[in-house]
Design a protein around this ligand. Structure first.
Ligand code: ADP
Ligand code: MG
Length: 460
């Protein structure tokens, strides 16, 4: 017996709501309209092609599986587009994902245009410590800030996690905002994508286009997340051209050179390379010391010089981690009223130091990190549950164990209570799926980077 359409869809939505994070649910599921249920086929409607292809690529198996569970038999799901559908506008991207960052954010003073930009007040040129690893990127950023649209256009800053890309980009934003009443826009690539989707959904692409093409300074952070969606790349390409032709400044950051961003159209790659490309590399000892001194000046608990030397000698791959280590030691000192010695620092930072030495990611950390990310129980990593909501994250975790550790298939199997054949299947499946599903690829890349940067899964 099959349920009537409306109650069935309500139940599917309730289940998906519980499984997905709120942003994702609001963005991708809440916009679907149930249309009909013919036999075993559930017809769903969305307002444009973009939704259709994204949902088909990313959420179809989950919706099918949920519908199947509720109906007690296999259900086919078909999407169709109905442009006449009106969907309640979603809040702007920044409102959809509040409090994602812990730092105090403020609206920059002088956008003067109604286009507010939200910049971290700490990320200025004044607080950026210059050393050999970043002097070129710093000088280029300053030159761009002093003569937007004239010095180097676009400015493309790339480098590993935690090396100061966002800091420099926002420093440009602050600088320009204090110099002139310019139209400035800083946003992450993810927010740009979300805004574009909202624009498509609400038939406001003209508004989207006009907004970005009227900017005098466009700062797009983490462009490597630009999805393989033709529509957005097309739109971005034209926006880029319009701004470039009008001598408006564009600054882009990425975790890798443009040519290595998978799925990025060649014409965008070549445009990103038109201006100045600059790389941030891990800092040397002296720069780390200078950063520690400068950060320490803002904290109330000074640490002995030899402890700073110890940190700067041992943590260099990522400045965010260096800051994390400093915070950890100073909080410990404040909390326990104990002087920090090199020995104590060594003990308190043991896991950070281990990562720096060899970056040892353990299967336990992988399981915890993946379970956390997908908001599932750690026990499900080793359970026999086969539902997609559990199976996919587990396969992702097995794949990460295979790619980030030296463990053999049987060893991984043991850690997940599975056979080595299951692990092999999971790895192949994820390898194939990431080729086809940009969102999954983004998740796998993000998790793998997170684990590489923080193999011990520390909350820093
Ligand atoms: P990325 O965007 O490259 O991942 P961020 O710009 O977020 O890195 O930098 C990570 C942290 O390190 C931030 O708190 C930032 O202020 C700090 N930081 C990075 N480089 C420097 C520097 N040269 N001087 C001072 N702080 C820095
Ligand atoms: Mg960043």
């Amino acid at each position: 017996m099959t349920m009537p359409l409306e109650p069935l869809w309500d139940k599917i939505c309730q289940t998906l709501k519980a499984r997905l994070n709120a942003d994702i649910y609001a963005r991708w599921i809440a916009v679907i309209h149930p249309k009909a249920l013919h036999g075993d086929t559930l017809w769903l409607t969305v307002s444009n092609d973009f939704y259709q292809s994204w949902l088909e690529e990313n959420y179809l198996p989950l919706i099918k599986e949920t519908a199947g569970q509720i109906c007690g038999h296999k259900v086919q799901v078909q999407f169709e587009v109905n442009p006449a559908l009106s969907v309640a506008p979603l809040p702007a991207a920044a409102e959809v994902t509040p409090a994602r960052r812990s730092a105090p954010w403020r609206k920059a003073a002088a956008s003067g245009t109604g286009h507010d930009i939200i910049l971290n007040p700490k990320y200025t040129f004044a607080s950026f410590v210059v050393g050999p690893s970043n002097s070129f990127a710093h000088a280029s950023s300053l030159a761009v800030a002093q003569a937007p649209g004239k010095a180097y256009n676009p400015l493309f800053i790339y480098g590993g996690v935690g090396l100061g890309k966002t800091h420099l980009m926002q420093a440009i934003g602050h600088y320009v905002a204090t110099q002139a009443r310019s139209r400035i826009c800083y946003l992450s690539c993810e927010s740009l994508m979300n805004e574009f989707i909202d624009a498509l959904q609400n038939h406001r692409t003209k508004h989207f286009r006009d907004k970005y093409r009227s900017m005098e300074l466009l700062l797009i952070d983490d462009i490597h997340f630009l999805a393989k969606t033709d529509a957005l790349q097309e739109e971005f390409f034209h926006t880029f051209n319009a701004l470039y032709d009008a001598h408006k400044q564009i600054v882009i950051t990425s975790d890798r050179p443009a040519g290595e961003i998978s799925g990025l159209e060649q014409r965008l790659v070549s445009r990103f390379e038109w201006g100045l490309v600059t790389e941030l590399i891990p800092p040397d000892f002296e720069t780390c010391m200078a950063i520690l001194h400068s950060k320490q000046a803002t904290l109330n608990v000074p640490l002995p010089e030899e402890v700073l030397v110890f940190m700067a000698s041992n943590i260099r791959s990522n400045i965010r981690k260096l800051e994390g280590a400093l915070t950890r030691l100073t909080s410990y000192a404040a909390l326990y009223q104990k002087p920090i010695t090199v020995n104590l620092a060594q003990e308190l930072l043991a896991s950070n130091l281990e990562q720096e030495r060899g970056g040892i990611v353990t299967m336990d950390t992988i399981q915890r990190t993946v379970a956390d990310y997908f908001d599932m129980r750690l026990a499900d990593m080793t359970s026999k549950h086969r539902s997609q909501g559990v199976a996919l994250p587990r396969q992702v975790a097995m794949y990460l164990a295979r790619t980030l550790t030296d463990h053999s298939l049987p060893e991984i199997g043991l850690a997940f209570s599975k056979t080595h054949a299951t692990v092999l299947y999971a790895c192949r499946h994820i390898e194939k799926s990431v080729q086809k599903k940009p969102q999954l690829k983004q998740i796998v890349t993000k998790l793998s980077r997170q684990l590489e940067c923080n193999p011990a899964g520390l909350p820093i």
